[in-house]
Design a protein around this ligand. Sequence first.
Ligand code: ADP
Length: 373
Amino acid sequence: MAFQISASHIRAVSCMSSSMPRVRSDFQRAGVKFKHFFTLGGSPGSPQFGRTPVASPARGEVDAAIRAHRFSTTTAAGAPRKFVQANGSSLPRGRSGWLGKFALGAALGASTAALVQSFHTGVITAMSHKINLGSAEGDWKETKAFLLSLSLEDRRPYYRTSGSVSLVDIPVWTPTAGGSEPSRYQRNQKLDQKISVYSGDITMLEIDAIVNAANKTLLGGGGVDGAIHRAAGPLLKKECASLNGCETGEAKITCGYGLPAKYVIHTVGPIAQGGVGEQQRRALKSCYKNSLEAATSNAARSVAFPCISTGIYGYPPEQAVHEALAAVREFLDAHHDKLDRVIFCVFLPTDKELYLQNLPLYFPAETTVRSKL
Ligand code: ADP
């Protein structure tokens, strides 16, 4: 076949990329530019394809990319000639596979950086053969490492939902004058820029992390929990099963799998059907605080919350909103540099009203704290 390349050639490039950090950083820099030359055809699943990533990959993700790279060099040659999409369907690949594209690049005298990038793209393509987000058969650890190694753009073809909503399309909240009650908090314009109220389905958000109002088993349930598990696909439940459940008020993080969100943070809200006491209040506030801690310790800079506990768990929404806003305000006061956006994702029009009414109490448009002097 015209575009065949020897195994020793592959090894040579592989060694070069692992023993020459300079070359590796070159190819990472060249990545965006050259990826389009060498990427296989096939339309990504989102209309926002090609937008700027919401966050740059963290160190751990780069390491994961390198791990995926190493792993894939051993599987590329034997990979089946089908491209399995995230929804489980298979498409025949084009005539020129990644090896062919790599050899073609060599023949045309492409630069080292471009060749190494071509190789890297081929490695991603080879790994993509193993990914089937519609099946519970896959290895969640391998899939997670692979998905977390991808840029936002490269992850888009794996979304199991269509019509995702990008962070740039979620407006920042505009501070408004509050009601009659004075705020306990100082005006802070930098923090105002980090808040959004978004009405809609949390599973559509293309951000770093969405929070799930889970139950203690973490194995899926009704409400927003069910919606998140359906959209992410069955590997989410597999990873959740490895976490040994979660206590009320705590939070645990997983990959987002087929979701546009990179991570899902699972938190367990208090059951408040018997009424709200101090214990429930504290637990609900902890859900928000611990979720934000899980996000920032995984370098997630944009996070969306549903109205935790206010559905099946029966917490009155007009009380829950205060715990949510106080927890987020206090966390941002302490860690504003670690987060770009916190989104209150409301599903019901009444919840939207509650958030808009109460936000000025926690993010006031002017300082209304009364001086003791
Ligand atoms: P809980 O058991 O913690 O009460 P629920 O899922 O029953 O959790 O409800 C929590 C909140 O999530 C409710 O306000 C509900 O309206 C909202 N909700 C349900 N589905 C979605 C969704 N797809 N996206 C965003 N919010 C949702």
